[in-house]
Every structure is written in structure tokens, then in C-alpha cells.
Design a protein around this ligand. Structure first.
Ligand code: ADP
Ligand code: ADP
Length: 228
């Protein structure tokens, strides 16, 4: 089933069309790669799907329902989705508090927050740094915390905007492992912007190609590499 359905969507900035999609489906429990050169509209699409921006025309439905219009409806839906960006924007507080923040906002009981945060930090090899200020982390460590903060919420939908673009190979491998495990263990539907085809092949079940704002085609990733 389709978790996110996009139909006849366009986005214009100052009359310039930067996105035009007749149809796109993100299927339940699958990782969908969004691939294409810089400026193709991939980030704009993710911001629209994450409800950070409105499309100019067209619609997006979530879990087969039209996008909610009420503030409560939007808030409920937002809580099922999280996003990780290319560059981690961490709060100027401890590593622990950065990971705990979203759970606190959701009023999860303190003891459960503590267990989930510490388990997550252990998972990514950063338990010993839990009291360190996030500001003092290296780029790779900061990005691991950005992932931890998103994944600890166990979202139904995860948006990734080139989250490993600036990282060294060991960190790329670690984060790719986390993405694959989240998808396998929790069935999280993931939309993954990358311009690395090899990364798409490693992780994405399906791949959608964008060029100059247009969705060119969507295919099962493996087909891309086996057919002409
Ligand atoms: P990609 O993520 O594929 O690199 P983007 O979605 O960032 O592409 O950008 C698509 C196009 O939209 C680009 O031409 C970019 O300059 C333009 N664009 C993106 N955001 C804005 C904005 N806020 N105002 C005006 N133009 C924008
Ligand atoms: P508050 O200070 O908001 O009343 P608590 O102190 O009861 O909340 O719990 C949240 C705090 O728990 C965080 O600020 C965090 O520093 C701390 N914390 C608890 N256990 C650990 C731990 N094992 N490692 C790191 N921080 C922890």
C-alpha cells in the first residue's frame, strides 16, 4: 500500500516551476531513493512531503488520506514523520538532551526516555559521550546524533536529505546500517535523497529519477542495474 501519494503536483518559486510530478508513490515498508543532479527539485519535494512547505498545485495524501488541514491533524501527522538533513543542526546542550528532546516533546515518561536514549547512544557507540556538549563533537559524531535523534522516535516515515554526503567511509557505513535496520525491524517507510547511485543500489528498494524539476521515472532499483 501507498504511504505517501503525490498527484499532479507542481511547485513554483517566483513563477519559475521547480517541481512537476504527475504521480509518485512511497510504498509501505520500502526505501525509495530520490536521485538526480543538483537543482532537480529533490529537496523541495522532501520539504513539501514533510509539510514544511505547501505545493503550488496538486495534492499529497498520507496513509491514503488527504493531507490534514486542521492544526491538530497536522501535528498528529508530523509526529509520525522525521527528517535528517545533510548537516546536523544540534541544540547547544548535551548529547543526551539532543537525543531526548523529541521524546520529551511527546511527553514520553522520563524512565522510558532514559532507556530509549541510552540504548540508542549505545547502538551508535556514543554512550560515553552522553554528557558532552553537542557543540564539541566532530562532524561524523554530530551526524550520528542527528540520526539518533530522529530514529529514537521510531517514526513511521523517515525523510533523509543526503545525510551521509559529508561523511567519511566508516560513518557512512554505520549510518547506512542504521537506515537498513530501522527499515527491516520497524518497517519504517524511508524517502532517501542521494546523488550516489551506488548508495541507492545498496539501500533503496525503488528509485525515482528527477531532472530539472521533473520526475522522469520510478523503478525497482535492481532493474536499473540489470536491464538496458
Ligand atoms: P535539489 O535538492 O535536487 O538539488 P532543490 O529542490 O534544492 O533541488 O532546488 C530545485 C530548484 O528550486 C533550484 O533551481 C533552486 O534554485 C530552486 N529553489 C529551491 N528553493 C527555493 C526558494 N526558497 N526560493 C526560490 N527558489 C528555490
Ligand atoms: P530534569 O533535569 O529535566 O528534571 P532529569 O534530570 O530527571 O530531568 O532527567 C533528564 C536528565 O537525565 C538529562 O538532562 C540527562 O542529563 C540526565 N541523564 C540521566 N541519566 C543519564 C545518563 N545515564 N547519561 C546521561 N545523562 C543522563
Amino acid at each position: 500500500t501507498s504511504i505517501i501519494t503525490v498527484k499532479n503536483l507542481t511547485k513554483r518559486y517566483n513563477k519559475k516551476e521547480v517541481l512537476c510530478i504527475s504521480e509518485l508513490n512511497a510504498l509501505h515498508g520500502r526505501i525509495l531513493g530520490l536521485i538526480g543532479p543538483s537543482g532537480a527539485g529533490k529537496s523541495t519535494l522532501l520539504r513539501i512531503l514533510n509539510m514544511l512547505e505547501e505545493p503550488t498545485t496538486g495534492e499529497v495524501s498520507y496513509l491514503q488520506q488527504p493531507a490534514p488541514v486542521s492544526q491538530t491533524g497536522k501535528l498528529q501527522l508530523r509526529r509520525k514523520m522525521t527528517m535528517v538533513f545533510q548537516k546536523a543542526a544540534l541544540l547547544d546542550t548535551s548529547v543526551y538532551n539532543n537525543v531526548a528532546f523529541g521524546l520529551q516533546a511527546r511527553k514520553v515518561p522520563k524512565q522510558e526516555i532514559r532507556e530509549r536514549v541510552l540504548a540508542m547512544l549505545d547502538d551508535i557507540g556514543m554512550l560515553a559521550l552522553s554528557q558532552q556538549r553537542a557543540k564539541t563533537l566532530s562532524g561524523g559524531e554530530a551526524q550520528r546524533i542527528a540520526f539518533a535523534r530522529a530514529l529514537v522516535l521510531q517514526p513511521e516515515i523517515l525523510f533523509l536529505d543526503e545525510p551521509t554526503a559529508n561523511l567519511d567511509p566508516p560513518n557512512v557505513e554505520l549510518l547506512e546500517g542504521m537506515i537498513a535496520r530501522l527499515n527491516q525491524d520497524h518497517g519504517t517507510t524511508i524517502l532517501f535523497v542521494t546523488h550516489n547511485l551506488f548508495q541507492a543500489r545498496r539501500l533503496c528498494h525503488d528509485t525515482a529519477f528527477f531532472y530539472q524539476g521533473k520526475l522522469i521515472e520510478t523503478r525497482e532499483t535492481e532493474q536499473l542495474f540489470t536491464s538496458s
